[in-house]
Structure formats: structure tokens, C-alpha cells
Write a protein that binds this ligand. Structure first.
Ligand code: PNS
Length: 165
């Protein structure tokens, strides 16, 4: 049987419980997921690529059929290079739809062999994103339960370092 590999791309700065829910449910559909972090030198992430890789690996250490990788350039080219034809994305509120629709249509224009598949984020994670979590954590807000506990600790360390710098 031919294995179905899907690429789950994003910045994952940092990984949240919303991302993890998409991974868990994605694995109910696909044989393997490659979680791929976009290496974009124009963005200034809070966590380095190595830190993000290591956090994703730690969060999914007991989950089989996962690979963590990075990519640059066009996503569709990377998908083909990884011998896949599927992009997996999570959709939260309706507000995500326009951006995701635009991206899916552009990816389709770039390569018709690549399909975008969307999973609805679990209602518990509907309002969270890495950005809003970083914002709350930067002001000392309690974000426990929204990210794995070790990620929560790493966020606290980061913002403490920034305060003492
Ligand atoms: O975590 P994000 O911001 O939702 O991830 C966006 C990502 C990385 C999936 C998107 O920016 C992307 O695929 N970039 C790669 C460049 C590309 O292929 N662009 C053309 C399609 S829009």
C-alpha cells in the first residue's frame, strides 16, 4: 500500500495545543505527517529554528509517524520534494478562511498536483494562536493549558531574559 504523507507547514513560534490537536487528528487520516517550519529570514521569531524543532519533537515524543523538518522557498516545491502531494492546515474561526483560501488557490495555481486539506481546530483552541499566546505571556498572563507545560516554562524564560537584557 502506498503511504499517504501530508505536510503540515507553519512557523510554530511556538507550538500550541491547537497545533497538536491538528497533528493528532491529521494522523487519523494520513500515515505520516511532516511538520515543516518555514525558515523565513525576513521574520524575527521569538524562538530560533532549533528551539522550535526541539519543542515540537519534545511535545510529540510519544507520537509515531512524525517527522520535523524546515523548508525555505515555495511550499509546493517542498511538498513534491518530500514525495507528498498534500498540505494540511488547521482552520480556526471564519477569519482564517480568507487567508487560507487565498493560499490554497495560489498553491493550486503553482502546482495542480498538490492538494490542500483543512481540519477544523477543536473548539477549545478556537481563539488561540502562537501570536496571541506570546502577547499574553509577554505581559505575564497565565497561558497554562494552552501550550504544553514545558513550552509555557520556555516562554516565561524568554520573557524574563528579555526583561533582564
Ligand atoms: O504559521 P503560518 O503563518 O500560518 O504559516 C504560513 C506558511 C508557512 C504556511 C506560508 O507562509 C507558506 O507556505 N510560505 C511559503 C512560501 C510560499 O510557498 N508562498 C506561496 C503560497 S501562499
Amino acid at each position: 500500500m502506498c503511504k499517504k504523507i501530508a505536510i503540515y507547514p507553519g512557523f510554530f513560534d511556538p507550538i500550541t495545543n491547537g497545533h497538536l490537536s491538528i497533528v493528532t487528528r491529521g494522523l487519523e487520516i494520513f500515515d505520516k505527517l511532516i511538520i515543516s517550519i518555514l525558515n523565513n529570514p525576513k521574520k524575527a521569531p521569538l524562538f530560533s529554528i532549533d528551539e522550535r524543532i526541539s519543542m515540537i519533537k519534545q511535545a510529540l515524543q510519544d507520537t509515531p509517524n512524525i517527522e520535523v523538518d524546515t523548508f525555505g522557498g515555495l511550499l509546493v516545491d517542498y511538498v513534491i520534494q518530500k514525495k507528498s502531494n498534500i498540505i494540511l492546515r488547521g482552520i480556526r474561526a471564519l477569519s482564517d478562511f480568507e487567508y487560507e483560501f487565498q493560499m490554497a488557490l495560489m498553491n493550486r495555481k503553482l502546482n495542480r498536483d498538490v492538494q490542500s486539506v483543512f481540519l477544523m481546530t477543536d473548539y477549545k483552541w478556537f481563539y488561540i494562536s502562537s501570536t496571541i499566546i506570546k502577547e499574553a505571556a509577554s505581559f505575564g498572563g497565565d497561558i497554562s493549558g494552552l501550550v504544553p507545560e514545558f513550552v509555557n516554562e520556555k516562554l516565561k524564560e524568554k520573557f524574563l531574559q528579555a526583561k533582564n537584557a
